[in-house]
Write a protein that binds this ligand. Structure first.
Ligand code: ATP
Length: 236
């Protein structure tokens, strides 16, 4: 069975059907990308996976269990972790304190410290800024904090919503390098990205979402080569 198995997922905001019955799955160890235009329902899908938005129909199985039974404050403990669009960091806390927050549900102090050090290895720039308030960091550095904090929470599935949003090209490259490094360490990831080309290039598989439905799926290389994808999402 897949690590994540979503069947006929539907989500509505009042009368607006944002997600109209989608099926998808993610296998353990995979890096999968979800692409689609603004308003297609990608963010809503991620928020529903971590219990921030309530579904109106369908099923979500994570690690063999239906997620309906997980209390909203327990998703991180269960290994389902999201790095939201806009990063969701604590601006009034230091970099170090933000990373410690990633381990709020853990009891193994030494393990937490080891994972914080691992975060600093991935992002040496954060080590130099451990004592700086996170709110005063650049956008790229804040994205690094969000990703390092997620690593400290020991995710089984990491959901990344638009990690490249608003960042300069060089920083975007750096963030994608880190995504690949984290994937190599065995963290399963679902990536939502406007930068469809870069995202598909680092992924094994992809899904295309349009107006609340999944309209295409397949190996990332095939999607990259597909004419409809190239025209609609790769700006060709
Ligand atoms: P983007 O890339 O622009 O964030 P998206 O694919 O992530 O787009 P969603 O943010 O999931 O799209 O939005 C899907 C639809 O649901 C849109 O029509 C949006 O206006 C609507 N929507 C999203 N959040 C809410 C909300 N809190 N209340 C009402 N409607 C919402």
């Amino acid at each position: 069975m897949s690590l994540l198995e979503v069947k006929n997922l539907q989500v509505a905001y009042g009368g607006i059907q944002a997600v109209r019955g989608i099926d998808f799955h993610i296998n353990k160890g995979e890096l999968v990308t979800l692409i689609g235009a603004n308003g297609a329902g990608k963010t809503t899908t991620l928020k529903t996976l971590v219990g921030m938005v309530r579904k109106s129909g369908g099923t979500i199985h994570f690690d063999g269990k239906e997620t309906d039974n997980i209390a909203s404050y327990n998703f991180v403990r269960n290994g389902l972790v999201m790095v939201p669009e806009g990063r969701g960091i604590f601006g009034k806390l230091t970099v170090e304190e933000n990373l410690q927050m990633g381990g709020f549900h853990r009891n193994d102090k030494d393990g937490i410290q080891r994972d914080i050090e691992r975060g600093y290895e991935l992002f040496p720039r954060l080590k130099e800024r451990q004592k700086q308030l996170a709110g005063t960091l650049s956008g790229g550095e804040q994205q690094m904090v969000a990703m390092a904090r997620a690593i400290v929470s020991q995710p089984k599935l990491l959901l990344l919503d638009e990690p490249s949003m608003g960042l300069a090209p060089l920083i975007v490259e750096k963030i994608f390098e880190i995504i690949q490094m984290v994937a190599k360490e065995g963290v399963t990831m679902l990536l939502v990205e406007q930068n469809a080309k870069l995202a598909l290039e680092v992924s094994q598989r992809g899904y295309v979402m349009e107006s609340g439905r999944i309209t295409m799926s397949g190996p990332a290389q095939e999607l990259l080569a597909d004419e409809r994808v190239r025209n609609a999402y790769l700006g060709e």
